[in-house]
Write a protein that binds this ligand. Structure first.
Ligand code: TXA
Ligand code: MG
Length: 311
């Protein structure tokens, strides 16, 4: 049985109590719904991998209420300070060298000597972090390899009965996961495109981000086929073919449109929801109109590329 909880004071307290008892709580952040557990407790964290059916080499993002708490987990730097000042709370995760005294379960970091940390902006996420008063490990609240959830209904469709409770905060505003920046090497590195555009980060730092030498090593969760609808995907489709389900962008005839006004923010917010809807129509193939590569378009195309990867 998965308890449904609301944003009421009593329900937030209930959610925090479940976390303290090694339970699993799905909760909304501004990016996507997270599947949270006490990041200091190995049993609790193990339940995340079990509920998701997630490969155990995937490290998880640790959520904290503010930058001060982040500094207790990862080794801080000038770049970390600049990015935290500019983008926290918000859809940005920083991978920092793990502090020896961080007190995190090493299941959270999957054995790495680094830790991904973020301060989420969603009101409910902040309320939960403050009520719990500890670090919450939370991957996206979907079964492994499936589309990230942006509503409580998406979460329950995949994880009903496998998690203790869900805090229902409606639809997520950003609709894409956080951007992940690696701060463990000489140069800040873009490990995953996401809710904060790369251009905004580079403007803040005053220099260009590096690309990982091998994303399979530094971001093992970035397996090519991570985001996978059941239908085949045909990307960058300039026309529609007979029998396809069609996902448009801009003014066009299509089954669903990411944004009729070609607004990338709107398209990002719609992306996972629309893929869920099209996938539920049980077609053999989903065709997707071209999406520009600028701003949030990079993250959208990254997600679509993963959804389309051979498997
Ligand atoms: O927006 C988000 O980031 C959402 C919400 C719930 O906060 N969370 C999320 O978590 O997307 P998840 O587990 O689905 O993705 C975590 C990503 C994975 O690609 C993982 O490999 C990477 O973060 N990651 C975590 N720790 C890492 C580390 N120490 N080094 C490199 N990559 C890391
Ligand atoms: Mg995920």
């Amino acid at each position: 049985m998965t308890e449904r909880l609301t944003s009421s004071h009593a329900d937030i307290a209930r959610a925090a109590a479940i976390l303290r008892a090694q339970g699993l709580i799905a909760f909304p952040t501004e990016t996507v719904y997270g599947l949270g557990a006490d990041a200091r407790d190995g049993r609790a964290v193990a339940r995340i991998y079990a509920a998701k059916g997630r490969p155990s080499f995937n490290p998880l993002i640790v959520h904290v209420a503010d930058a001060q708490r982040a500094r207790a987990l990862g080794k801080w730097s000038d770049a970390a300070q600049a990015l935290a000042d500019a983008f926290w709370p918000g859809p940005l995760s920083l991978v920092l060298p793990l502090r020896k005294d961080a007190g995190l379960s090493d299941l959270v970091t999957a054995g790495l000597q680094s830790v991904a940390i973020r301060v989420p902006a969603g009101d409910l996420a902040q309320d939960l972090l403050r009520a719990f008063d500890g670090p919450i490990a939370a991957p996206s609240a979907n079964p492994s390899g499936r589309i990230s959830p942006t509503t409580a209904a998406h979460v329950l469709a995949g994880l009903e009965g496998r998690i203790d409770a869900i805090l229902d905060g409606g639809a997520c505003g950003v609709g894409l996961e956080s951007t992940i920046i690696g701060l463990t090497g000489a140069v800040p590195t873009l490990l995953r495109a996401g809710g904060v555009p790369r251009e905004a980060i580079e403007a803040q730092l005053g220099f260009a981000l590096a690309h990982p030498e091998s994303s399979m090593i530094s971001a093992p969760g970035q397996l090519a086929s991570h985001y996978a609808p059941n239908a085949r995907m045909r990307l960058d489709a300039k026309d529609w073919r007979e029998g396809e389900l069609t996902l448009g962008f801009g003014q066009m005839e299509c089954d669903l449109n990411l944004s009729e006004s070609a607004d990338l923010l709107e398209a990002a917010a719609n992306l996972f929801g629309h893929l869920h809807l099209l996938d539920a129509m049980d077609g053999a193939q989903i065709a997707v109109a071209p999406i520009p590569q600028t701003g949030l378009g990079a993250a959208i195309n990254d997600r679509l590329g993963r959804a389309a990867a051979p498997r």
